[in-house]
Design a protein around this ligand. Structure first.
Ligand code: TPP
Length: 246
């Protein structure tokens, strides 16, 4: 009896992700949703700059690469030219909330009918673990070696809370990808976001609290615990906006 089958939503290419990193699991969940909704042939994804830069090699749908932070601008162009296509961006927190913050807020404010998969690992993973706008207070990174000091470096940016205030936004949820149960919940939410897009309801974003065990200088298990015990305190999980539940 076959219990598990690799999703056709991902290509056969082996990913380059570090052991313990959650990008791979997140790719798998998005791939499974695209397969289950039977939209692989009509979906266009936009890959970020960051650890997920090679997402264009992994998702088994049309993909476009954007410059760092510009994924939502590129996705806007694609969606407006091809409104019948399902369009998503896949972005890290440096990409979406630092260099790309203006693009993020304005795409949301315009109510672009796009789905955003936002991997928030509280750090710049690809470039060696520098502090991101999402780094936790006191968190040590290569550019905050004594821990993030909020007096000089500001507080972590709460992306989901901020975007939930914007009229053009249809659905915002934050989930921690730290257990099989949470992965099941996350997959349900990703599916809902794509379905809202299919219904033309507007901007949808799923913020995924993720691990970067290598740059956290932790084991994969410790990194999961860090997300559950520390990240979720600063970034509480939950649905921040759902236009269907007013
Ligand atoms: C215009 C520009 N500025 C800076 C960089 C360097 N850079 C590449 S990836 C990255 C950070 C990526 O971090 P994040 O988006 O959080 O993704 P992660 O790698 O953690 O998944 C930076 C600063 C770049 N490639 N282009």
């Amino acid at each position: 009896m076959q219990l598990y089958k690799k999703t056709s939503g991902l290509t056969e290419k082996k990913t380059h992700y570090c052991p313990g990193c959650t990008h791979g699991i997140l790719h798998k969940l998005v791939g499974e949703v695209l397969e289950e909704l039977d939209i692989l042939g009509e979906t266009i994804g936009v890959a970020p700059v960051g650890c997920a830069v090679y997402a264009y090699d992994y998702f088994n749908c049309d993909m476009q690469q954007a410059a760092h932070g510009r994924a939502l601008t590129v996705a806007t162009g694609i969606k407006r030219v091809l409104p019948e296509r399902v369009v998503f961006t896949y972005q890290g927190d440096g990409d979406l909330a630092s260099i790309g913050m203006a693009e993020t807020i304005h795409a949301a404010n315009r109510g672009e009918n796009i789905t955003v998969i936002f991997a928030n690992n509280a750090i710049y993973g690809m470039t060696g673990g520098q502090m991101a706008p999402t780094t936790l207070p006191g968190q040590k990174t290569t550019t905050s070696q004594d821990g993030r000091d909020v007096l000089s470096q500001g507080n972590p940016i709460p992306v989901s809370e901020m975007l939930a205030q914007i009229n053009g936004v249809a659905y915002v949820e934050r989930i921690a990808l730290t257990s099989p149960q949470n992965a099941i919940r996350l997959k349900r939410s990703i599916k809902k976001a794509f379905q809202y897009q299919q219904e033309g309801l507007g901007f949808t974003i799923i913020e995924v609290l993720s691990t970067c065990n290598v740059n956290f200088r932790q084991t994969p298990a410790e990194a999961m615990k860090f997300v559950d015990e520390h990240m979720t305190k600063i970034y509480p999980v939950g649905v921040y906006k759902d236009v269907k539940k007013k």
